[in-house]
Design a binder for this molecule. Structure first.
Ligand code: 13P
Ligand code: SF4
Length: 299
C-alpha cells in the first residue's frame, strides 16, 4: 500500500500533509508531518499540483485559502473538528459593537466562514506571540476558551475575552486525571496542550502545541513523560527517542475525526479525485487576510 501510494503521489504530482493526530500508518506515507502552523506554511509554499490533507476540514480549507491555485483533497470529507463550529457570527458582531478597538483573534481550528469575520488567525504555536504584538487592547479570542484563557494569563496587559468553545478531547481531562497519572508515574514530567483546562495546565511542567510538546520531550533530560494531548504525537517521539517512556493522562486520548483518515481513503482520493475542497474566489480573498496576517506576525 505504501509503495502504491508513493507511485500515485508521483503520477499525480501530489504531496500528503499529515497532522500528528492521524494514525501512524498515515503519517508514514506523508511528505510532511507537523502541527497546524507548520502544515499551513507548507501548504502555502508547495509547488506540487495537488495537496492531500490528512487532517480535519479546517486544515484543508486553510490550505486551499493560502494556496488557491492548488487542488486540495480530504481523504475523508466528514473529518471535521467540532470546536471549529463553536462560535457564531452573532457573538462576533455583538463584541465588535461593544468595543471600538476590538481585534477578533481566531484560532485556526475554526470554519472558513468564521475566518472571514476575523482580524487575525493564530495556532497554539503562535497565539501568545501574536496577541502580545497586536496594537489592540481588547481581544475577542475565538472559539477555544482554554487556549484563550492560556493566552489571557500570558498576556495580562490585554483584555482577552473568550467565548465558550472547547475541544472535546482536551477539555475532558481533569486535574484528578493528571494527579492520578502522576501517582502512577512519580517523577514523570507533564506536558499538555493549551486546549486543556487551566486546572490541568497548572499541573504541567510544559504547555505547548503538538510540535512544542514533541520538542520538549526530546530536549528534556528525563526518561518519563505524561502527555496531555492526542496520542498521535507518541510515534514521532518514540522514533527519535526510543528510551523515553510516554504515558497518557487518560486511557483514551484519540481525536475520532483525525482517526477517520485511512490509507484506503488516501488511495481513493489519489485515484478518483474525490473530496476536493472548493471555495468561492471572493470568499477565499476574505478568509486569506487573517491567515496571511498570522504568517506575517508569527515571523
Ligand atoms: P496543534 O496546532 O498543536 O497541532 O493542534 C491542533 C489541534 O487540533 C489540537 O487539538
Ligand atoms: Fe479538533 Fe480537538 Fe480533534 Fe484538535 S483534537 S482536531 S481541536 S477535536
Amino acid at each position: 500500500m505504501k509503495e502504491y501510494i508513493t507511485k500515485l503521489k508521483k503520477d499525480n504530482d501530489a504531496i500528503i500533509l499529515a497532522h500528528y493526530y492521524v494514525d501512524k500508518e498515515v503519517q508514514d506515507v506523508a511528505d510532511y508531518i507537523g502541527d497546524s502552523f507548520y502544515l499551513a506554511k507548507v501548504a502555502k509554499e508547495t509547488d506540487a499540483k495537488k495537496i492531500i490533507f490528512a487532517g480535519v476540514e479546517f486544515m484543508g480549507e486553510s490550505a486551499k485559502i493560502l494556496n488557491p491555485g492548488k487542488r486540495v483533497f480530504m481523504p475523508d470529507a466528514s473529518a471535521d473538528c467540532p470546536m471549529a463550529h463553536m462560535v457564531t457570527e452573532k457573538e462576533i458582531k455583538e463584541k465588535r459593537e461593544q468595543y471600538d478597538d476590538l481585534a477578533v483573534v481566531c484560532y485556526i481550528n475554526s470554519t472558513a466562514d468564521i475566518k472571514t469575520l476575523s482580524d487575525v488567525c493564530v495556532t497554539s504555536a503562535n497565539a501568545v506571540k501574536i496577541v502580545k504584538n497586536l496594537p489592540n487592547k481588547n481581544i475577542f479570542f475565538i472559539p477555544d476558551q482554554n487556549l484563550g484563557d492560556y493566552v489571557r494569563r500570558q498576556v495580562p496587559e490585554k483584555n482577552v475575552m473568550t467565548n465558550d468553545g472547547f475541544c472535546p478531547r482536551h477539555h475532558i481531562m481533569t486535574k484528578e486525571d493528571v494527579l492520578a497519572a502522576k501517582d502512577r508515574h512519580p517523577g514523570a514530567k507533564v506536558a499538555v496542550h493549551p486546549e486543556c483546562k487551566q486546572e490541568v495546565r497548572e499541573e504541567a511542567d510544559y504547555i505547548g502545541s503538538t510540535s512544542g510538546i514533541i520538542k520538549y520531550v526530546l530536549d528534556t533530560d528525563a526518561e518519563e513523560f505524561i502527555i496531555g494531548t492526542v496520542d498521535g504525537v507518541f510515534p514521532c517521539i518514540e522514533e527519535q527517542a526510543p528510551n523515553k517512556k510516554l504515558f497518557k493522562v487518560m486511557e483514551e486520548q484519540v481525536c475520532p475525526n483525525m482517526k477517520k483518515v485511512t490509507l484506503e481513503k488516501i488511495v481513493d482520493v489519489l485515484e478518483n479525485e474525490t473530496n476536493e475542497v472548493f471555495l468561492d474566489d471572493e470568499f477565499i480573498k476574505k478568509a486569506l487576510s487573517p491567515l496571511e496576517k498570522m504568517l506575517e506576525l508569527a515571523k
